[in-house]
Design a protein around this ligand. Structure first.
Ligand code: FES
Length: 144
């Protein structure tokens, strides 16, 4: 009987999985091959839109929502581990969510500091939520 159970568990690892697999507090969000270096991939995680990307070999995840006005960041740009908001150019570290630059212009065009301060609407710089990511057995999980 023990061998039968072991065989079933082994077989389960080779079956295709289209749905998220809950492993305790880890939720599978895709296979390792789905996450390419420098490319954004958006998944739904517990009702939030989350951006995942591979940066320097490690898969990272941050919420897909700018800290300024909640614009979706996946329509912005990703370069060297930094996501730039498509609306007012704020920059965020794709692994930590740390804010690296805050409201510097409009749609990629830089504006004078006094103008960007008006656009910021009095909001102070802040980062975005990042998630703990685990990659094992050719699958990627986010910690719930
Ligand atoms: S909405 Fe992203 S910087 Fe303003």
């Amino acid at each position: 009987m023990r061998y039968f159970i072991t065989a079933l568990r082994t077989l389960r690892n080779y079956l295709p999985s289209d749905k998220s697999v809950d492993k305790g507090n880890l939720v599978e969000v895709g296979k390792s091959a789905d996450f390419k270096e420098g490319r954004m991939r958006v998944v739904d995680f517990n009702g939030d839109s989350v951006i995942l990307t591979r940066y320097q070999g490690k898969v990272c995840a941050v919420i897909n929502k700018c800290a300024h006005l909640a614009v979706a960041l996946d329509s912005g740009t990703l370069k060297d581990g930094v996501i730039t908001c498509p609306l007012h150019n704020s920059k965020f570290d794709v692994c930590t969510g740390e804010n690296l630059d805050w409201v510097t212009g409009v749609a990629g065009v830089r504006v004078p500091k006094w103008t960007s301060e008006l656009i910021a609407l009095g909001q102070e710089p802040r980062g975005i939520r990042s998630y703990t990511v685990v990659e094992e057995n050719d699958a990627v999980f986010i910690q719930a």
